[in-house]
Design a protein around this ligand. Structure first.
Ligand SMILES: [Zn+2]
Length: 299
């Protein structure tokens, strides 16, 4: 690699981006698509750093630091959980048309599937005729929900998860002082998602929470007590972040059991597809408790 990305995995994707930059083959809109927590937005942000920094992406100059902090005047970030409305797109268009002082005017937009139909249609216009020097770096976890007219005006780069073995090796390189057990747990719990892995390495509290959930679930599988399971669900629904951890770890446990040749293979495969459905329903804010209770019944 020519640049210091400090990213785990995704070598092919990073090479493609470097090639586009080096060969003068940049396009005005990139769409980084793939599962959540694999590091798409991080890659987009670093790409912005490479494009804006005048010292080969040095990580030290004012430009690099400001982009990292999200405060660079010509590199705008739009991230979060709320939907992207037409007012947000209007602001983007306004900013894109102002004169800047940097090499490019870059807009980083996370989860563009959050755009309302109205916002997406307005965004389409600027994607068709972007002001000179404008670059959109877009990410999505939900490629299929996007308007085809938007996708066709971007250069799509697809991201994937990595294997647990690969992750273990990379984490050992990055954190030579960490205990083997910690690295092993992180590699397993992050389900091949590199962004998640780094988060767990940097946040021991999160990792402890994952471990606790892991033992809770093992406990459920050993004792088929519906009352306990339902009271656990009640506890989960208080905090949406807990639900995500729960679903991730349950996925990990069931996949491992299937790989070990467990007799309940069919049942677990069925539950895995239910987990996937639950993930989609929960995103749409459909009755969380009911969805999770149904899932518990299928265990
Ligand atoms: Zn720099």
């Amino acid at each position: 690699m020519k640049y210091n990305w400090s990213i785990i995995g995704h070598e092919k994707q990073l090479e493609q981006i470097e090639n586009d930059i080096e060969s003068g083959n940049l396009t005005h809109a990139y769409l980084l698509a793939g599962p959540n927590s694999v590091g798409k937005f991080t890659v987009a942000k670093k790409m912005a750093g490479i494009l804006q920094c005048e010292n080969n992406f040095c990580h030290k100059c004012k430009t690099c630091v400001q982009i990292q902090q999200g405060s660079h005047v010509d590199t705008t970030e739009l991230k979060g959980k709320d939907s992207i409305k037409i007012e947000d797109v209007r602001k983007i268009i306004e900013r894109a048309n102002m004169t800047g002082t940097s090499s490019y005017k870059i807009f980083l937009i996370q989860s563009i599937e959050r755009m309302t139909m109205e916002a997406a249609n307005s965004f389409l216009k600027i994607l068709e005729e972007p002001p000179l020097g404008t670059i959109f770096l877009l990410t999505t976890n939900n490629f299929r929900e996007l308007l085809p007219t938007i996708v066709s005006r971007t250069r799509v780069i697809k991201f994937r998860t990595v294997s647990a073995e690969y992750l273990t090796k990379k984490l050992n390189d990055l954190y030579p002082d960490s205990e083997d057990d910690v690295i092993k747990q992180v590699s397993l719990f992050s389900l091949g998602k590199t962004g998640k892995a780094l988060h767990l390495m940097e946040n021991p509290d999160s990792l402890a929470n994952y471990l606790k959930t892991y033992y809770d679930i093992q406990n459920f599988l050993d004792h088929k007590n519906i009352v306990d399971r339902f009271s656990y669900v009640e506890n989960l629904t208080i905090d949406p972040a807990k639900i995500e951890v729960f679903l991730n770890i349950l996925t990990h446990i069931l996949r491992s059991k299937i790989l070990e040749g467990d007799n309940n293979r069919e049942k677990y495969l069925n539950t895995l597809s239910k987990i996937e459905e639950a993930g989609i329903l929960l995103k749409k804010n459909i009755n969380t408790r009911l969805v999770l209770e149904n899932l518990m019944l299928s265990l």
